[in-house]
Write a protein that binds this ligand. Structure first.
Ligand code: SF4
Ligand code: SF4
Length: 151
């Protein structure tokens, strides 16, 4: 349950995900993962934002979660950010407090009117690669190529 999440639990769960080297995207160091993650900012994910709302958010009527502060329908694919801890499978040593400072128990790393407040370099593999568009396989290829071409 979302409302049962506490900062102590978030800290504990993140602590268990600390890893010395990432094991995704063919990246053998956090330095490389950071470079690849930052480079993904130039990819068109097909979200087609208008006034801060992506095409999916615009097409799904907002519905209340029982929480006064936000509506699920406005968060698009970030809707499970808090319960999934931003889909972070692994985090870099020394970063846990940075994540905690940006984490909100209700909306995770997502903020109304701002979207994700995590820099791309700190986002999970899932958040870096996900697209609900029909171009998702093409996007995955672009990101894989970035990983191969980034020293
Ligand atoms: S990938 Fe996420 S942000 Fe982009 S259109 Fe789909 S739901 Fe919206
Ligand atoms: S992109 Fe950011 S706000 Fe969205 S689910 Fe990932 S970490 Fe959360």
């Amino acid at each position: 349950m979302i409302n049962d999440l506490t900062y102590t639990e978030v800290w504990s769960r993140l602590k268990n995900r600390i890893i010395s080297k990432p094991d995704t995207l063919g990246c053998t160091s956090w330095k490389k993962y950071t470079k690849v993650a930052e480079a993904t900012k130039d990819i068109d994910f097909g979200c087609d934002f208008e006034h801060g709302l992506c095409k999916k958010q615009r097409n799904v009527p907002p519905y209340y979660s029982g929480d006064d502060e936000f509506k699920y329908g406005t968060m698009g694919c970030c809707v499970r950010c808090n319960s999934s801890l931003g889909y972070l499978d692994h985090i870099q040593p020394g970063t846990i407090m940075k994540y905690l400072r940006m984490f909100n128990l209700k909306t995770g790393f997502w903020r109304h009117g701002e979207g994700c407040i995590l820099p791309r370099s700190m986002r999970s593999y899932t958040c870096l690669t996900y697209s609900c568009s029909d171009k998702s396989s093409d996007i995955y290829v672009q990101i894989s190529n970035l990983a191969k071409g980034t020293a």
